[in-house]
Design a protein. Structure first.
Length: 372
């Protein structure tokens, strides 16, 4: 079979992204049985320690696909029904009319109308996502804060709804996925972290992937530099951070190789049943944190690449770290990228993010890796 990967161009694209301003970037691209891994830049701007393609990394909301898969496994087992109201399962957490109106499906595809809890958990981000009016002080104040998930859920549920349950477009919210984790605990009889680890991570044979129980990243990893739209200058390292503020919504640590393996197995029907996979791939419009409209299913993004067809996957960010993982519908082409800088765009007088060379360089790398 002809190798359609171009290692020289992929290396150049990585280096271009680094030169555009990302301290370190690493990736794995797969085309059928051909695998390319590469890295450019540094894991530590002070020491100059280089990034490597096998580093472990916080991958943010890619966690949601793992959590969704664990829920769909319980659907396959007959323990959860997608169209049953969440109030049936968790009446104390989502009581009354809202609990009766919001189904499990609506939580997974972000059409519940439940509001994001982030501004209340991090008070100085109260204007989030109107970032021009915020300061990053809460990041330092809460570096070692241990949140309980029900505390965060209460913040989201007690805030006025951002949309009507089941309405479109949906609105992206971590509150939905913390509730799904509580649902997993109810039906599995164990913690959500243990359930996801056993039924998804271990089932897929992911040796370098975990849901952490503390603020540290074990093993070889990069520092994670948060710029917060130029308000942290120079960007500050937040690789040590208690991730209980997102839990099963965005706390996963993984590698680019493990991410490609996971999405490859998921789309091959080896993580959830084919019928559940079909449910995951039923998409609708959802408004992201950045205000963009994305095509979202049950824990999966849908991306249509001109000339290459449909790709499935997810992206994610945490304080200082970001990742994206996409797999073609037929499973033959895959990309996973990790970067160690976030919110690099500065803001204009109206508080709107301005274009940055990183934006174009990142998109060029993605397009090249996807074969576009």
């Amino acid at each position: 079979m002809t190798n359609t990967l171009d290692p020289a161009n992929l290396r150049t694209a990585l280096e271009t992204l680094h030169q555009a301003g990302v301290p370190g970037v690493f990736a794995e691209v797969r085309d059928h049985d051909d695998i390319w891994r590469g890295a450019a830049g540094v894991a530590d701007v002070d020491s100059g320690r280089p990034v490597t393609a096998d580093m472990r990394h916080r991958v943010g909301s890619i966690t949601k696909t793992f959590t969704a898969a664990a829920v769909l496994q319980q659907v396959d087992n007959g323990e959860i029904d997608l169209d049953t109201p969440i109030g049936h399962y968790l009446p104390k957490l989502v009581p009354g009319e809202r609990g009766a109106a919001i189904t499990v499906r609506m939580l997974i595809n972000h059409t519940s109308g439940l509001t994001e809890y982030l501004p209340r958990a991090y008070p100085s981000l109260a204007a989030f996502p109107a970032v021009g009016k915020t300061t990053p002080q809460s990041l330092d104040d809460h570096r070692f804060t241990k949140f309980h998930p029900t505390e965060l859920i209460e913040m989201g549920v007690s805030t006025p709804a951002c949309s009507t349950p089941g309405g479109t477009p949906g609105v992206y919210s971590n509150t939905n996925y913390l509730l799904l984790c509580q649902l997993l605990e109810l039906v599995s009889g164990t913690s959500a972290e243990k359930c996801i680890t056993r039924d998804v991570i271990e089932h897929a044979g992911l040796r370098d992937t975990e849901l952490p129980d503390g603020p540290y990243i074990d093993g070889s990893h990069s520092l994670l530099y948060e710029a917060w739209f130029g308000m942290i200058d120079p960007p500050r390292d937040y690789s040590v951070f208690d991730m209980s503020w997102v839990g099963g919504a965005a706390s996963l640590i993984s590698t680019v190789a493990d991410l490609n393996r996971f999405f490859g197995l998921l789309l091959a029907g080896e993580i959830v049943s084919r019928s559940s996979l079909a449910q995951m791939q039923r998409t609708g419009p959802v408004i992201s944190f950045e205000g963009k409209t994305i095509e979202y299913g049950l824990g999966l993004h849908k991306l249509t690449v001109p000339g290459r067809g449909i790709y499935w996957g997810h992206d994610g960010s945490v304080w200082g770290g970001g990742a994206i993982s996409m797999t073609s519908a037929d499973g033959t082409r895959q990309l996973s990228i990790a970067v160690n800088l976030q919110r690099w765009n500065r803001l204009d007088a109206e508080g709107l993010p301005q274009p940055h060379p990183i934006d174009g360089a990142l998109q060029a790398l993605i397009q090249l890796a996807l074969g576009a």
